[in-house]
Design a protein around this ligand. Structure first.
Ligand SMILES: [Zn+2]
Length: 159
């Protein structure tokens, strides 16, 4: 099974076989204990891996969330889940639209826990501030990068 970071909603909605071997942030422990106490007592049995993201990874996610305008709406737990997905290069499972948005904008794969997610409603493009050339994600350009045509700054923007 591929590594996956599951946010707290997963522990409310998902069966045990989907939770087995997954990754969570240490900050989720009190949330899971409160909202999914039946699964909280099974964390060891389900081989759930409890991790803290590296400071570098957390910094990177803070910058990503600031760029997409989602930072103010994300909790420390949300940011840690994103940071774990980022540093381990694995998928995250979340229903939080802001987390999905930051993930989509930065090449972090995600899946919804229960809802359908935002993937088809928001279109993100990297756009040159000078000549307006556009790139989609995965084309090797990043927010804050430089346009290969005119050398202006490239920004990630919603279209
Ligand atoms: Zn340009």
């Amino acid at each position: 099974m591929d590594d996956i970071v599951i946010d707290t909603a997963g522990f409310i909605h998902w069966p045990h076989d989907r939770l087995r071997g997954c990754i969570i942030s240490v900050l989720q422990l009190p949330e899971i204990e409160k909202h999914a106490p039946n699964n909280f007592v099974l964390l060891d049995q389900l081989d759930v891996r409890v991790k803290s993201p590296e400071p570098d990874s957390l910094d990177a996610v803070l910058r990503m969330a600031s760029t997409t305008g989602d930072l103010g709406g994300l909790s420390k737990v949300d940011l840690e889940v994103l940071a774990l997905g980022h540093q381990m290069d694995c998928e995250i499972a979340t229903d939080d639209h802001r987390m999905q948005n930051v993930a989509s904008a930065n090449g972090i794969n995600w899946m919804p826990v229960s809802g359908a997610g935002i993937s088809k409603t928001w279109l993100w493009r990297y756009i040159c501030q000078g000549c307006k050339k556009e790139w989609s994600k995965g084309q090797g350009i990043l927010d804050g990068g430089v346009c290969d045509v005119c050398g202006s700054d490239v920004r990630l923007l919603k279209k």
